[in-house]
Design a protein around this ligand. Structure first.
Ligand code: HEM
Length: 503
């Protein structure tokens, strides 16, 4: 494989320019160059089954899996003084951890995702969107120490997200295990604005950073919850969401199910105007100590004094219960702008004209501009209505979208190991089973030889064909390659570098 094609994994959601050439069409054909970012673990070495792990200590047995599930679930309700659990339960925090670890996957070049577990290291650890997720990692640390190499951080974080959803009654499709931990955060980038980001991933106009970058906005993993560049414009936010979730490979239904399904749980945190304090880069020993509350109080900067995003409130009245109240309430009320204690725009519900409810029946809930956005786009609105009226439809859509979100960087179905792997999904490009009786390769070989000898230009042509077919492989998310022989079909057949090969 050429050096250009062998990318390694870069988790910075949005930032690296894509090294590409005509010989690497699976990268999207973008021209550009970037510094050598290293490859970390050589993922290309990993085989299609768990034989790679034999001797590595990884353990994907049913017994270990069930013990892990039980240990993880016990953490949720074991509130610790260093970070008291909201509502007595860490499950929502853990879903946010798994979402932020996985959701930085970008389809353009397959980089990002939780494989590698780089959220433990800078720069990801210090990404502003990951504020206070260091606490979630600290809560999981005893489990990692207990299981050692039997479970990678990437698998632990993702499985914890699954168990968190399950523990609150949410639907889970399965678990694709087999993530390998990187030894550092070297393959992730600072989100910027910074000189490194400017050099590697320049963005001409902030707010409209372009594909193949994973986000529209410098400094963010996803979209600005306050609206594009902080402007509380729900319609603009809807466009931003479609753009950014599209770069993750999510369609409208997956996007709306994920946002509303995720926000069925938990709350946002913004108890005061002074922020969370220094991040792990500036305060590695005690990052984000908090600045809200009475400095003499044991809950200074934590519990009800937590500052994470700067918004304050919760999306639903039962933040530890899986339901479709998020969608129902979005439709049930009109939404009015207000400000959090940190002066950030958020929205509260008021009665619609002609409503039969009384004022004091209005739930004490809040939405962000990026939630209200789902009402300001025709396709999103139709999905909000569907999910509000049919919980089982939401169950199915959310479970599939969450599995895709958390397995997309793992590549093809055969790469998933463990005892709870879901059936092959479309995004895993499933191939038919190999036939029990393989064709007569000697016969095929001699047929090919006679074609090759029929024209002196054919040998070179067929070498080109094989190269074009195989060199699409990328080690970031294991997609591409000649397995599947997609070079026979559009769009691969039509790529510029493949002109004439269909002959
Ligand atoms: C448009 C996309 C999204 C935006 C802008 C967004 C924004 C936010 C913000 C600002 C918070 C509050 C953080 C805090 O102050 O503690 C939050 C929390 C949360 N988000 Fe999202 N989010 C998005 C999508 C998702 C998705 C797709 C999921 C999962 C499927 C998710 C799951 C959660 C959960 C569970 C919490 C609560 C965490 C807790 O209680 O500690 N979010 N989100």
């Amino acid at each position: 494989m050429s050096r250009t094609c062998k990318l390694g994994v870069l988790a910075a959601l949005a930032l690296a320019a894509v090294p590409a050439s005509a010989s690497c069409p699976f990268l999207g054909g973008q021209k550009g160059s970037q510094p050598d970012l290293g490859t970390g673990v050589d993922r290309a070495l990993r085989s299609y089954d768990d034989s790679y792990y034999s001797g590595s200590g990884a353990d994907f047995s049913r017994e270990t899996y069930e013990a892990l599930q039980a240990d993880i679930t016990a953490v949720f309700t074991d509130s610790q003084d260093f970070w008291p659990a909201d509502f007595g339960n860490y499950a929502p925090l853990m879903i946010r951890l798994a979402w932020h670890c996985n959701g930085n996957y970008r389809q353009s070049d397959g980089r990002g995702g939780c494989d590698g577990g780089r959220i433990r290291f800078n720069p990801e650890r210090s990404w502003a969107d990951n504020t206070n997720l260091d606490k979630a990692l600290t809560l999981l640390q005893p489990i990692k120490l207990k299981y050692g190499d039997a479970v990678s951080w990437g698998d632990l974080i993702t499985l914890t997200g699954n168990e968190a959803i399950r523990s609150m009654g949410g639907p889970v499709l399965g678990f694709c295990a087999g993530r390998l931990d990187d030894a550092s955060g070297f393959d992730s980038l600072e989100l910027g604005p910074s000189p490194e980001q400017e050099a590697v991933a320049p963005c001409a106009v902030n707010g409209t950073c372009e594909f193949p970058l994973g986000t529209s906005t410098v400094g963010l993993i996803y979209v600005n919850p306050e609206g594009p560049l902080g402007v509380p414009d729900p319609a603009g936010s809807a466009a931003d969401i479609r753009d950014v979730f599209g770069r993750m490979g999510m369609n409208d239904s997956e996007t709306v199910a994920l946002i509303g399904g995720g926000h069925a749980f938990g709350k946002f945190h913004g108890a005061c105007a002074t922020g969370p304090g220094p991040d792990p880069t500036d305060a590695p020993e005690a990052p984000w100590p908090g600045t809200c509350g009475d400095p003499d109080s044991p809950t200074f900067g934590r519990a009800e004094n937590t500052f994470t995003s700067g918004f304050e409130g919760q999306w639903t009245v039962e933040p530890l219960v899986w339901d479709n109240a998020y969608f129902k309430d979005l439709l049930e009320y009109d939404w009015v702008m207000t400000e959090s204690p940190a002066d950030q725009v958020q929205w509260f519900p008021v009665l619609k004209e002609g409503a039969t409810e009384t004022e004091d029946e209005i739930p004490d809930i809040i939405m962000l501009t990026s939630d209200i956005a789902l009402l300001y786009d025709e396709e999103y609105l139709a999905l909000v209505e569907l999910f509000a009226s049919d919980l089982s439809y939401l169950d199915t859509a959310f479970a599939a979208a969450w599995y895709k979100l958390t397995s997309r960087d793992m590549g093809q179905f055969q790469r998933c190991v463990g005892t709870d792997v879901a059936p092959p999904q479309d995004f895993q490009l499933p191939l038919p089973e190999a036939p029990a009786d393989l064709p007569d390769t000697d016969g095929a070989k001699s047929a090919i030889m006679s074609i090759l000898s029929s024209d002196p230009s054919y040998p070179a042509l067929f070498v080109t064909l094989a190269w074009q077919c195989a060199s699409t492989y990328r080690s970031t998310d294991f997609l591409g390659g000649c397995n599947g022989a997609r070079i026979r079909f559009s769009p691969e057949r039509d790529w510029a570098g493949n002109q004439g090969l269909d002959q």
